[in-house]
Design a protein around this ligand. Structure first.
Ligand code: NAG
Ligand code: NAG
Length: 344
């Protein structure tokens, strides 16, 4: 049985304060090795406050179903982008969120996948942005303060308790937008069971939406692809190494011209080159493709659009279980309407 237990990046170990290599040396090393991606200093704000203790909260008795698809290999395209498959939900699927100073990637990846999937399953009728704030603050067993959490618990919370809507920090969107306390200070505020936005006139309990199921996927590229093509984006956990922090884009100068015409054509496939493992992280996978012969997963990170040079997206090498990314992919079903599921 596999457990879905992880803590969020950026939780950096003590060695971070005395790295064997300076950032500059690491960046130089990566760039001199002619990899498929380019490193640089990202203006990652709050980096200090994202530091924290990395530990585990094992939950060994918990059983999670694994979904199995019948695979017709010929139906799987070379390139796939969920924004193109479901243009009516493009704004949700392509929305890069920002967890700020809190290690709440688990809450962001979970609610992003929930929002996308509710939109997809209702053919774009229900544009409901699930609130990471509500999940973070009210699901105490889901997390340990701002230093990480469990996605299986997050989906259980969706199934049993429901989650209200809520946009980003300062967005004034939804019932519970992301708080300043979590965003700026990395402190989880108290759970409140009322809406925290004067511009939003739905009552807290009426705003809740629920889930029907949660499942993991096999460590198998085709299985993951068919799940994404059929039901929408999925969550992926992976090991963050020091070099990931410096991910920027591709090694080709023409990228700037390409990016000018279309953000879908951006270059730069990440794989681990150098540096220590510093944390586990959860992100949202929205598609795949191949760049200069290197297959990759197309991923939406939750460190804001200013992380890297691809507007907050990253491509991670596919097929090689890079940084264990193919090992713990997971997703679930969101219940249509705002009533609790009777089967959940
Ligand atoms: C958020 O809004 C407050 C109040 O309007 C403002 O002072 C602050 O700069 C904003 N922060 C960000 C990151 O946009
Ligand atoms: C992935 O799963 C499919 C269908 O279950 C199977 O045919 C294929 O051999 C698997 N691939 C690998 C690499 O195990």
């Amino acid at each position: 049985m596999r457990k879905i237990i992880f803590f969020c990046a950026l939780t950096l170990p003590l060695s971070w304060s005395k790295p064997s290599k300076t950032s500059f040396q690491l960046i130089q090393e990566i760039n001199s090795r002619q990899t498929s991606w380019k490193a640089g200093l990202n203006s990652l704000k709050n980096i200090k406050s994202r530091l924290g203790f990395l530990g585990l909260h094992p939950d060994s008795d918990y059983k999670i179903a694994t979904k199995h698809h019948k695979i017709d290999q010929t139906s799987i395209p070379e390139t796939f982008d969920a924004r193109d498959k479901w243009p009516e939900c493009k704004d949700f699927i392509g929305n890069i969120r920002d967890q700020g100073a809190c290690g709440s990637c688990w809450a962001f990846a979970s609610t992003e996948v929930m929002s996308d999937r509710l939109c997809i399953v209702t053919n774009g009728e229900t544009k409901f942005e699930f609130s990471p704030e509500n999940l973070l603050t009210c699901c105490e067993i889901c997390r340990y303060n701002c230093v990480g959490g469990y996605t299986a618990q997050a989906w259980n919370f969706l199934i049993n308790e429901g989650i209200v809507s809520g946009g980003d920090y300062n967005s004034s969107e939804g019932c519970q937008p992301y708080s300043e306390s979590a965003f700026k200070n990395g402190v989880v505020p108290k759970c409140v069971k009322t809406c925290q936005n004067n511009n939003y006139d739905v009552k807290y309990n009426d705003d809740k939406h629920y889930g029907d199921s949660f499942y993991t996927l096999e460590t198998n590229v085709s299985q993951i692809q068919v799940e994404i093509m059929t039901n929408g984006p999925v969550m992926a956990t992976f090991n963050v190494f020091e070099d990931f922090v410096y991910y920027q884009d591709g090694v080709f100068n023409q990228r700037n011209y390409v990016a000018f015409w279309s953000i879908f054509l951006f270059l730069g496939v990440y794989y681990h080159v150098s540096g220590e493992m510093i944390a586990r992280h959860v992100v949202k996978v929205i598609g795949w493709g191949t760049e200069n012969g290197v297959p990759y997963w197309l991923i939406a990170n939750s460190w804001g659009t200013w992380w890297g040079k691809l507007e907050g997206f990253v491509k991670i090498r596919q097929e090689t279980n890079e940084c264990a990314i193919e090992q713990e992919m997971a997703a679930g079903e969101v219940h249509i309407g705002n009533k609790k599921s009777t089967t959940g």
